[in-house]
Design a protein around this ligand. Structure first.
Ligand code: HEC
Length: 165
C-alpha cells in the first residue's frame, strides 16, 4: 500500500510540474494571435482622421496645449504635478503632429510629412526630457518643436500663425 502512495505522489508531482510548465506558456502565447490579427488589419481602414477642417483641428487640438506649454516653459516647474502637466501638453502636441500625417495636403506632400515628423520628434524629446525633469533640455526641444510647427505654417499658411516660444 505504501508503494502505491509513493507512486501516487510521484505521478501527481510530475503532473503538477507539467501543468506549471504549461500554464505560463498558455499565458505567454495568448496575446500573439490578437497582435497578429491587428498587424494584418489594413491601417488605412482602422485609422480615420476625424472629419474637421484643418483650422478646427489646429484650434481644437494644438492651440490649447501650446498656450499652456508656453506658460509652463517660462520657468522650471517646481513640483511633480507641474512637470506632469508640462509633459502631458508636450505629448498631446507630439501625438497630434503624428496625426497630421493622416491629413496630407494635395500638393507638397513630402514637405508636409517632414514638418509633421520633425515636430513630432522634437515633441517626443520634450516628453523624454521632462520625464527626467531636465528643464534645459525640455525647453531646448520645445523651441525646436515650435521651429518645425512654424516651418509648416510658413509654407502652408503663408507665414500666418508664427508661434513664439
Ligand atoms: C504639417 C503642417 C503643420 C504643422 C507641423 C503644424 N501646423 Fe499648425 N497649422 C497648420 C495649418 C495649415 C494651419 C492653418 C489652419 C487654418 O486656419 O486653416 C495651422 C494653424 C495653427 C494655429 C492657429 C489656429 C487658429 O486658431 O487659427 C495654431 C495655434 C497652430 N497651428 C499650432 C501648431 C503647433 C503648436 C504646432 C506644432 C506642435 C503646429 N501647429 C504644427 C499646419 C501645421
Amino acid at each position: 500500500m505504501k508503494k502505491w502512495t509513493v507512486l501516487l505522489l510521484i505521478v501527481s508531482g510530475v503532473f503538477a510540474i507539467t501543468w506549471l510548465n504549461f500554464e505560463p506558456q498558455i499565458i505567454a502565447t495568448e496575446p500573439a494571435p490578437a497582435a497578429a490579427v491587428a498587424a494584418d488589419d489594413d491601417d488605412d481602414d482602422a485609422l480615420q482622421p476625424i472629419d474637421v477642417s484643418m483650422h478646427d483641428l489646429m484650434e481644437g487640438m494644438f492651440q490649447a496645449p501650446y498656450r499652456r506649454l508656453k506658460v509652463a516653459m517660462e520657468k522650471e516647474p517646481t513640483d511633480g504635478p507641474a512637470w506632469k502637466a508640462l509633459r502631458s501638453d508636450a505629448l498631446i502636441l507630439a501625438e497630434a503632429s503624428n496625426m497630421l500625417i493622416l491629413r496630407k495636403p494635395e500638393t507638397d506632400v513630402e514637405a508636409w510629412i517632414k514638418y509633421s515628423v520633425d515636430a513630432r520628434s522634437a515633441g517626443a524629446e520634450v516628453v523624454k526630457s521632462a520625464k527626467k525633469q531636465d528643464f534645459t533640455a525640455s525647453k531646448a526641444a520645445y523651441v525646436t518643436m515650435l521651429d518645425h510647427c512654424n516651418a509648416c505654417h510658413k509654407q502652408f499658411e503663408k507665414g500666418k500663425h508664427i508661434l513664439k516660444p
